[in-house]
Design a protein around this ligand. Structure first.
Ligand SMILES: Nc1nc2c(c(=O)[nH]1)N[C@H]1C(S)=C(S)[C@@H](COP(=O)(O)O)O[C@H]1N2
Ligand SMILES: [Mo]
Length: 161
């Protein structure tokens, strides 16, 4: 086994403007508290998943965010290949995060893949998610988008060269 394969890819969680927190897929699954076969939500789905809303509930508690605080209006997920999706809260019912297959890291599409069974498009099932951003943006209520990121900050441009 190479050193690389031992190292879990970190995922960044950014909650509504707070400083981002780095976690592993296993950390997220453990915090969610309950895992189930992805096939319970997605026909033909492989491997193990946790419920996105259950994870978020546990994350908010862990971060000391009060239950009365409003829920996010959107989730923005960003993938390792610069694909990204903005998903409104209403479409995230039953959304699941695939984090393992037969107890091992995802053979492809890792570190985790988001599945959005009540989403307006299958294009929202983003693979290789490395950033989860929870956003409060009432002005963009209901807005959905996905695609490859088209604008980059100067820092990102330097990294890409
Ligand atoms: N990271 C990443 N996720 C992605 C994409 C992508 O290009 N990169 N394509 C999306 C689109 S447009 C679709 S239709 C589905 C395709 O999923 P499938 O390969 O399981 O059929 O993945 C989505 N997730
Ligand atoms: Mo797609």
């Amino acid at each position: 086994m190479t050193e690389q394969s031992n190292k879990a890819t970190m995922i960044s969680i950014a909650y509504n403007g707070q400083e981002a927190i780095a976690v592993t897929p296993e950390d997220m699954a453990a915090l969610a508290g309950r895992v189930f076969p992805l096939s319970e939500r997605i026909t033909g789905g492989a491997g193990e998943a946790f419920d996105f809303a259950e994870w978020l509930d546990a994350f908010r508690s862990q971060q000391g965010i009060l239950q009365e605080e409003p829920l996010p209006t959107h989730l923005k997920v960003e993938a390792a290949d610069t694909f990204e999706a903005l998903i409104p809260w209403e479409q995230l019912k039953d959304a699941a995060v695939q984090f393992a297959v037969d107890g091992a890291p995802l053979p492809k599409g890792g570190p985790v893949r988001l599945y959005v069974p009540n989403g307006s498009s299958e294009c929202l099932n983003v693979k290789s998610v490395i950033v989860f951003r929870l956003l409060h943006d009432e002005a963009r209520s209901g807005e959905v988008s996905y695609g490859f990121k088209s604008t980059f900050t100067p820092d990102e441009m330097r990294l890409k060269r």
